[in-house]
Ligand binder design. Sequence first.
Ligand code: DAH
Length: 329
Amino acid sequence: MSDLATQLTTLQQSAPQTIATVDSLEGLEQLRVKFLGKKGELSQILKGMGKLDASERPRLGALANEVKDAVQLAIEETRSRLLAAEIAAQLTAETLDVTMPGVYTPQGGIHPLNSTLDQVLDIFVGLGYTVARGPEMETDYYNFEALNTPADHPARDMQDTFYLSDGNLLRTHTSSVQIRYLENHQPPVRIIAPGRCYRRDTEDATHGAVFHQIEILAVDQGLTFTDLKGTIQAFLAQIFGDVPIRFRASYFPFTEPSAEVDVQWRGRWLEVLGCGMVDPNVLKGVGYDPEVYTGFAAGFGLERFAMVLHQIDDIRRLFTSDLRFLRQF
Ligand code: DAH
């Protein structure tokens, strides 16, 4: 047997044995390169082929192919074995113990103010109203003047205002949105305007310096107090259910006539909102002819509604973010 043939046969026997003992995929790759790589042992042996007699070449070529196949087979077998072992190890390491106690992931809830707001918005959107918003920093004009409350008007004392050094103020009510919206839209107008308001009331159980109001405004031809009453009744019935309500004559500078509305709730009359027919002066101020258009408006505090609905005794609970309180909702 020629020298080359011996070398090939030796490789055919030794390589699979070496390969079978390897214990990692990286080690296996190194062996593949060592035996079958471009500069590997098989290539080195085959370099000697050129010196062979032409008659010997086919036999040796066939032998070389046999060696190559044998080494490749050994590599594939070992690769399968190593992969299977790897998966088995992974499965053992990652076994899931379904009897272990779970990890508690707390879930947030909807804040009672937000859920009350959503409820109110749903009702008015269902009645065809559009949600409108305005700035919290306002000018005297939008907060008072245009709402028929000039500088010397006694009603300004009803709302203890935060004035800013630049002459602007923090809006004391969402009624300012009425003017901003009417300035830019044509009747028919039907809006609901929720938002934050500010007053210098000293804080107590039922008043905060920051609070939320919801403003309702409808302006069209032929709207009457009956439309106002029907709208308020339908709204309150959806919020409080079938409870008695009453309209009491009241006063607001921007409505005429004006009323306050009470609902009977757990045996007591509770005041829940102010409302009225939009004062002709307000309509005139934004360029609407009060002989052609009439409107009604209403405004109420969101906190008040949330407190009544959820039996909350102190308004400050709505803002102090005490989880023991919030988790109840
Ligand atoms: N803006 C009033 C307040 O803050 C509430 C109010 C009363 C709004 C009557 C209205 C209304 O739109 O018609 O006390």
